[in-house]
Design a protein around this ligand. Structure first.
Ligand SMILES: [Zn+2]
Length: 414
């Protein structure tokens, strides 16, 4: 059966068994089954916040009541949390192809020692050691004890690590600053959780002297796409069905996924809030014929608001940073753009070592390019940092923040 058919089966199952979808079908006046996937509405995170049991499918209510379902809390760019439930058997099935690709592409097995960071949780210990893994609390990033965490990693000597790009950059900086060694057994780093800039990948590969790959996924559906050694993000066709909504010639569309594995809390045409393109026709030398996903930097709810009520995607400003980096071979290591007011922007920058004196030149370029895009009255300030930390609440480093929209929720219309 092809993947789309499987997604349609999951949709029919969800629209018959999950209260949230049953209600949606009534509101929309659509049948639960016999539809092609495009006929089901796109749903968004906002609908699942505080949804509780209404997002669970009827056959799993018993397991939910017995506390047998696996439970995770996800944090989104809205700063709101969504609860995700999985049947434990479905998690295994869902992760099967990711493990297969890890083994085939990078020779990584579940029995190889691995390190990762987990979100700050006051209930959990700072370190969680299991049979083949060592987890470290992100608390270490905020309490200036990163070196202690890195020592624990060195002592554990992992074969591989799962890191957010911003955390990987912090570790790179620490290693360089203190002239520290890298774990002797380390041969692979998997990035996840944030958009991966090509120059971040290059830098991490250089400093850790190992292979790296990007894994694009979400707590709701697990792995969505995985990078092959040729540098292409192939969709995880066995796990999810990926669609791109509203794509045009000039604009990447919004990414929607339908789970093929999570029957306890099935997400159907779920808008992830990211943009991208799908390349279906390709002959990637890695031999994987699954569509290639090209992610666009930035999330779709990152908007610059104008005084007249119009809005411009923050990507307009992020591109300037990318442009400077292309010209200077990656001089800007980290950045965050803050909209302070309608016509005032603050660029927080972390520059490559010993390049701080170039700030005047960078300011000239920034001012010129920003005013070109947003008008001559736009004010720009820059502040230099030695590092930018991920937000404590979400554990992610946002490329763009706006004081004008802080706390405003990104509602999705149905
Ligand atoms: Zn490939």
């Amino acid at each position: 059966m092809d993947q789309k058919k499987k997604a349609e089966q999951m949709a029919a199952y969800a629209y018959q068994n999950v209260p949230i979808y049953v209600k949606l079908a009534q509101e929309k006046g659509i049948e639960a089954e016999g539809l092609s996937l495009e006929q089901y509405p796109v749903v968004g995170k906002a609908q699942f916040i505080d949804s509780g049991m209404s997002a669970l499918s009827a056959p799993y209510i018993g397991k939910y009541m017995a506390g047998e379902l696996h439970w995770k809390r996800t944090s989104g760019s809205t700063g709101k949390f969504m609860e995700v439930y999985w049947d434990r058997e479905d998690i295994k099935k869902s992760l099967f192809s990711l493990w297969m690709y890890r083994r085939n592409y990078y020779h990584i097995l579940p029995t190889h020692r691995m390190c990762y960071f987990f979100p700050v949780d006051t209930q959990a210990p700072e370190q969680i050691e299991e049979e083949y893994s060592l987890g470290l609390s992100k608390e270490f990033l905020f309490n200036r004890r990163l070196e202690e965490a890195y020592q624990a990693i060195l002592n554990y000597d992992p074969v591989w690590m799962i890191l957010q790009p911003s955390i990987a950059m912090l570790l790179c900086e620490l290693i360089q600053e203190r002239g520290l060694d890298t774990p002797p057994s380390l041969r692979y780093i998997e990035f996840t959780g944030e958009y991966l800039e090509p120059w971040v990948k290059k830098r991490v590969q250089k400093i850790f002297g190992c292979q790296t790959a990007d894994q694009y996924g979400s707590q709701e559906v697990n792995s969505i796409a995985f990078e092959c050694p040729e540098g292409h993000l192939h969709c995880m066709q066995d796990n999810v069905y990926v669609e791109i909504e509203e794509e045009t010639e000039s604009k990447a569309g919004e990414l929607c996924v339908t789970t093929l594995k999570n029957r306890a809390m099935p997400l159907v045409r779920f808008n992830l809030g990211d943009r991208g393109r799908l390349i279906r026709e390709h002959q990637c030398p890695c031999g994987n014929s699954n569509p290639i996903l090209e992610l666009q930097a930035g999330r779709s709810n990152e908007w610059i608001l104008r005084e007249d009520g119009s809005r411009i995607h923050a990507y307009a400003l992020m591109q300037i940073i990318h442009w400077i980096n292309c010209e200077t071979n990656g001089m800007i290591l980290q950045y965050q753009i803050c909209q302070e007011d309608y016509d005032r922007f603050l660029f927080k920058l972390v520059l490559e070592e010993d390049e701080d004196e170039l700030i005047d030149e960078i300011m000239d370029i920034l001012t010129e390019r920003v005013q070109e895009r947003l008008g001559e009255d736009t004010e720009i300030e820059a502040e230099l940092y030695t590092r930018l930390l991920p937000e404590e609440k979400s554990g992610k480093l946002a490329c763009f923040r706006s004081r004008l929209t802080e706390g405003v929720e990104n509602r999705y219309e149905v």
